[in-house]
Design a protein around this ligand. Structure first.
Ligand SMILES: [Zn+2]
Length: 126
């Protein structure tokens, strides 16, 4: 015999773990009357469409909205998240290395100024 738990086991963003969550119409969660429709899509990206549902965590009471999407879209999202993470990491390395390069150029410039003052450096003018 199947015993109903009154919901579906899923990840609760507040509990940060799998809990049992009850389903509600999304509009009851968002309080936006446009959310009474369950089939949604972005007007600028018609290929991104989903079926939405309101959820209430039966463990902590947190309510949120979930979306059922094409699995290929989900895989694309994961790839984009990983690519963005890589870009952020490379950008931080670039910033650190460009700061170090900037310091080196600044020191070189100071040294050339000293050489110019001593008229030792060929590029010295005056
Ligand atoms: Zn929860």
């Amino acid at each position: 015999m199947r015993v109903s738990k009154g919901g579906t086991d899923m990840f609760c963003p507040a509990c940060k773990q799998i809990t049992t969550c009850k389903a509600w119409p999304a509009a009851l969660i968002t309080l936006d009357p446009n959310d009474y429709g369950q089939r949604m899509h972005y007007t600028k990206h018609k290929d991104i469409n989903w079926f939405q549902r309101g959820r209430e965590c039966l463990s902590c009471g947190h309510d949120f909205v979930t979306a059922e999407v094409d699995i290929e879209f989900l895989e694309e999202l994961v790839e984009l998240r990983e690519a963005l993470s890589s870009i952020k990491s490379n950008a931080e390395t670039y910033i650190q290395e460009s700061a170090a390069a900037s310091q080196s150029l600044s020191k070189l410039s100071e040294s050339l100024s000293v050489l110019r003052a001593l008229k030792v450096y060929k590029g010295a003018k005056g």
